[in-house]
Design a protein around this ligand. Structure first.
Ligand SMILES: C[S@@+](CC[C@H](N)C(=O)[O-])C[C@H]1O[C@@H](n2cnc3c(N)ncnc32)[C@H](O)[C@@H]1O
Length: 377
């Protein structure tokens, strides 16, 4: 268990608290107490030097300080790279630096997850949803992470509307990939079914369970959904129940392939083959394309006769130089599969058209595809 220690300025007593970081940031070794009179320039300097600031002032003030430090970091944007892959890595490194520096503004959660700062919101429910029940004793977390936990809880409460489910809502849990990009969900909702009577489907890496729900609504009587993340498994079960589909969707795992075979095996792996910096990024980054290759390699033996694998993948990795089309095609062929068809669509999310995005050149030309794969028999 990692802890932080600091000296209370008024009493000169040394105190300790358990450290918790969802992004796997190490416990800060130097911690000073910060209150309302701390200036943003000082906070920025200390945080850049590696000192954590344990906030004991007013909560709204802490939020403003965090924003002010963020603006100071953003004054020095990363230089553009010489190639798309170079720009991607520089951009990722800059984001990592930003997260580390901002992560050094720290707050203390009490025994029951309460935040005892002046004018603080009640965060107990949000923290219990993200972290589980309190384990006793104070816990130090970064304010940035806590704001993420609060935002995620709001999202979970309100849900995300899914047009492909007739406007029904899916409720993402903290740390679970959210279907905010509707274009790939529409692909799964409209791709032609390979068998006249759809019976069984698998949804591998189900996240919120959105694609499993789409398949169940399309008439599959039995959909088995898996994921590597326990949070995703709980979330998918929750959504299947909320949507009244619990009788047709079985959520199982952690793992990739369930037992048996299916008429359609859907997989929407993380689209970029790079190492996630923590479990929180497991929905976005697939180290070395591990999940993609495991899906392709295991697919042929999991399909019923005439069945299809539906690989949902954007070509962003290709546009960034992280994977080539040739590599993808040879992985498909090497797995004993053939491409029966491909349905392409364009992303509709705001970043796709934002010229200020550091990866705009690649994103503006991105295509999302549903690859219809069959076993080469
Ligand atoms: C891009 S998200 C897709 C989520 C959901 N299917 C959707 O389309 O919204 C990828 C999912 O795969 C899961 N995942 C990543 N690696 C995995 C693995 N090796 N085995 C099973 N699931 C994995 C992640 O936890 C995440 O939920």
């Amino acid at each position: 268990m990692s802890t932080i220690s600091w000296t209370e300025p008024r009493t000169a007593t040394v105190r300790h608290a358990r450290w918790h970081s969802e992004s796997a940031a190490p416990a800060p070794r130097r911690v000073v107490v910060a209150v309302d009179r701390m200036r943003a320039d000082t906070a920025h300097r200390l945080a850049c030097e590696g000192t954590a600031l344990l906030w004991q002032g007013d909560f709204p003030h802490a939020r403003r300080l965090l924003e002010a430090v963020g603006r100071r970091i953003d004054r020095k944007p990363p230089r553009p790279g010489d190639s798309p892959i170079d720009s991607f890595h520089l951009h990722r490194r800059a984001r990592g630096h930003r997260a580390r520096v901002l992560g050094r503004l720290v707050v203390l959660l009490a025994d029951d997850h309460a935040l005892t700062l002046r004018r603080a919101p009640d965060v107990r429910e949000a923290c219990a949803a993200a972290y589980g029940p309190p384990r006793g004793g104070p816990v130090a977390v970064s304010l940035r992470e806590l704001l993420g936990v609060i935002g995620a809880h709001e999202w979970r409460r309100k849900g995300v509307e899914v047009p492909a489910l007739g406007g029904a809502r899916v409720h993402p849990h903290y740390g679970v990939f959210s279907p905010v990009r509707g274009e790939y969900v529409d692909l799964v909702a409209t791709a032609p079914l390979p068998v006249p009577v759809p019976r069984t489907a698998f949804d591998l890496g189900t996240g919120t369970g959105v694609l499993a729900a789409v398949l169940a609504r399309r008439g599959f009587g039995r959909v088995t959904a898996t994921d590597i993340s326990p949070r995703a498994l709980a979330c998918a079960r929750d959504n299947a129940r909320r949507l009244g589909l619990a009788g047709r969707i079985e959520v199982t795992g952690p793992g990739l392939f369930p037992g048996g075979r299916a008429d359609v095996v859907v997989c929407n792996p993380p689209w970029l083959p790079v190492r996630p910096s923590s479990a929180l990024e497991q929905g976005v980054y697939d180290p070395g394309g591990t999940m993609l290759h495991a899906f392709l390699d295991g697919l042929a033996s999991r399909l019923t006769p005439g069945g299809e694998g539906w690989l949902v993948l954007s070509d962003l990795a290709e546009r960034l130089g992280l994977r080539s089309r040739g590599e993808l095609l040879s992985a498909i062929e090497g797995a004993g599969l053939r491409v029966r068809g491909r349905i392409d669509t364009r992303p509709r999310h705001p970043r796709a058209t934002d010229p200020g995005d550091p990866l705009h050149a690649a994103r503006s030309r991105e295509t999302t595809s549903l690859w219809r794969l069959a076993a080469r028999r």
